[in-house]
Design a protein around this ligand. Structure first.
Ligand code: GLY
Length: 228
């Protein structure tokens, strides 16, 4: 509801990686019924929250500041809170994809956490749900952004805190770093073996970097191992 419903990005998985085959194809309409969310297991709701957190990190600092309280309400399955959250996220997503339907530019910001996340899904044989993998991917991107002085400690801690409030994983990765890096090379967002990372540039903004040293990528993945 908060992500794939808007923007017409379709994709199927391939043994080489997630969503590797697909097309942009806009629907004639989208019907969203928030009551359906009440039928989902909690893990699915929590997974969806990763995309909501992503949207505010890249586009809405003010809403990001209120997110912990909003998420707490959403997690007790308050349908009004869920409906508001869905509407807020559809507005953000629609604005981005209207401006750049074919991902020639700013739409790529929506991939925050996904280059890492798709690799974690693949290497874990999809033991991580998409949202859980994206949460860890956002943590890895946030580590890189802090090292590159795009985020300060307070902002990086706020990202970690809101993911934790949602019940999403922020550490404890047991996957092999080499395997993850290898899987990232096959991500569809890689152009000419240069991995393009979406990094938070403060809260509410994002930027794309394709010049991140490999050692920093490895450090970012390694920073997810263990606790804290
Ligand atoms: N899920 C990211 C996008 O639609 O571009």
């Amino acid at each position: 509801m908060v992500d794939a419903s808007v923007g017409g990005k379709t994709g199927i998985d391939h043994p080489c990686g997630k969503n590797l085959i697909g097309a942009f194809h806009q629907p004639i309409g989208v019907l969203i019924d928030p009551d359906v969310l009440l039928t989902l297991p909690r893990r699915e709701i929590v997974g969806g929250l990763a995309e909501c957190i992503k949207h505010d990190i890249i586009r809405d600092e003010r809403h990001f500041e209120q997110l912990p309280g909003i998420i707490e309400k959403a997690l007790v399955a308050a349908v009004d809170a869920l409906a508001e959250l869905v509407a807020h996220n559809v507005r953000i997503k629609a604005r981005v994809v209207e401006a750049d339907p074919l991902e020639k530019g700013e739409r790529a910001h929506l991939n925050l956490g996904h280059t890492f996340g798709h690799a974690f899904e693949k290497v874990s044989s999809f033991t991580y749900s998409h949202g859980e993998a994206v949460s860890l991917g956002i943590m890895a991107a946030s580590h890189m952004a802090r090292e590159l002085k795009l985020l300060n400690d307070q902002q990086a801690n706020a990202i970690r805190d809101v993911l934790e409030v949602a019940g999403l994983p922020v550490d404890g990765l047991t996957l092999d770093v080499d395997e993850c890096v290898q899987a990232m090379i096959y991500d569809k967002k890689v152009i000419g073996r240069r991995i393009r990372f979406v990094l938070p540039d403060g809260i509410g903004r994002a930027m794309i970097r394709d010049d991140v040293p490999e050692q920093l990528v490895r450090d970012a993945i390694a920073s997810l191992k263990g606790e804290g």
